[in-house]
Design a protein. Structure first.
Length: 276
């Protein structure tokens, strides 16, 4: 799905589906992604070691298949937003936003890049552009770019209304690992404290017509996120889906081989992927 179509679907309150690219780097995966039915991917540069060239190549590959390519930046420094856009990203997911100043700066970088320096700060602070012509140019240049604000801590959840209202954005992201750790209940995705936090953030986003993205890792937790109202559905990651597919198919083959030949023991599968 192209970014303009993805934004239109979200505005119409329709769900969209994607996953995190955390490991794959080769352009030879294009045929697998072509049949994936994904609407979008999030290319991880927060926990993954991706340089600008690799991000650019991955964005181009996804876009050639009609998949929207969003980059998760390393942090809230707007220089990473600029680098992602220069690499060809359709949008950015900026993690761990906690202050109004952070959100305003990264949101306006998405809307005004390559404006910088004094005039960029003026737009952030007052909304004043160098000229009406500059404003029209930048609005047209970035009309399809996507900005997703990451809410991943208890302080951010406590001021979610202020953060959502302080700048233009397209969606709100919740990182379960960071959020549960901040809440003092690491990885307890069924803890009522975490569920209540999800409900609060999703509710505030819904009031403003914004979809919520929650990066869940299992079908059960992703289903829970959908049931709670998430529409920007980021399920699992390339490495975890590859791991599970391998485990499931070879478990079936071991059963078939055991029936035919005997002596084939089932192997207990482990989750060996560490994705935040």
């Amino acid at each position: 799905m192209k970014p303009a179509d993805l934004k239109a679907a979200l505005r119409d309150k329709k769900p969209v589906f994607g996953f995190m690219i955390s490991a794959l780097a080769s352009m030879r995966w294009a045929s697998a992604f072509a049949g994936s039915t994904l609407d979008f991917v999030v290319i991880d540069s927060e926990h993954g070691s991706r340089d600008r060239q690799l991000i650019s190549d991955t964005c181009a590959q996804m876009q050639s298949l009609g998949i929207t390519a969003i980059v998760r930046t390393p942090n809230t420094d707007e220089v990473w937003v600029a680098m992602a856009l220069d690499a060809g990203a359709d949008g950015v997911l900026v993690p761990y936003c906690e202050t109004i100043d952070e959100v305003r700066h990264v949101a306006m970088k998405v809307k005004t890049h390559p404006l910088k320096g004094e005039y960029y700060e003026r737009v952030v602070e007052t909304g004043e552009y160098p000229s009406a012509k500059s404003e029209a140019y930048l609005n047209a240049k970035h009309k399809d770019h996507i900005f997703i604000m990451g809410i991943e801590s208890e302080p951010a959840a406590n001021r979610v209304e202020e953060l959502i209202d302080c700048a233009p954005m397209d969606a709100v992201f919740i990182g379960p690992n960071d959020m549960t750790t901040s809440l003092g209940i690491p990885d307890e995705s069924d803890n009522p404290i975490y569920i209540d936090t999800l409900k609060k953030i999703i509710g505030e986003a819904d009031k403003r017509g914004l979809p919520t993205m929650i990066h869940q890792q299992t079908l059960e937790t992703s289903a829970t996120a959908i049931d709670l109202g998430a529409r920007f559905i980021m399920h699992s990651s390339d490495s975890r889906i590859l791991m599970r597919g391998t485990q499931n198919e070879f478990a079936e083959l071991r059963e078939v081989a055991n029936k035919k030949h005997g002596g084939v023991e089932a192997v207990e599968a482990e989750d060996t992927v560490d994705i935040a």
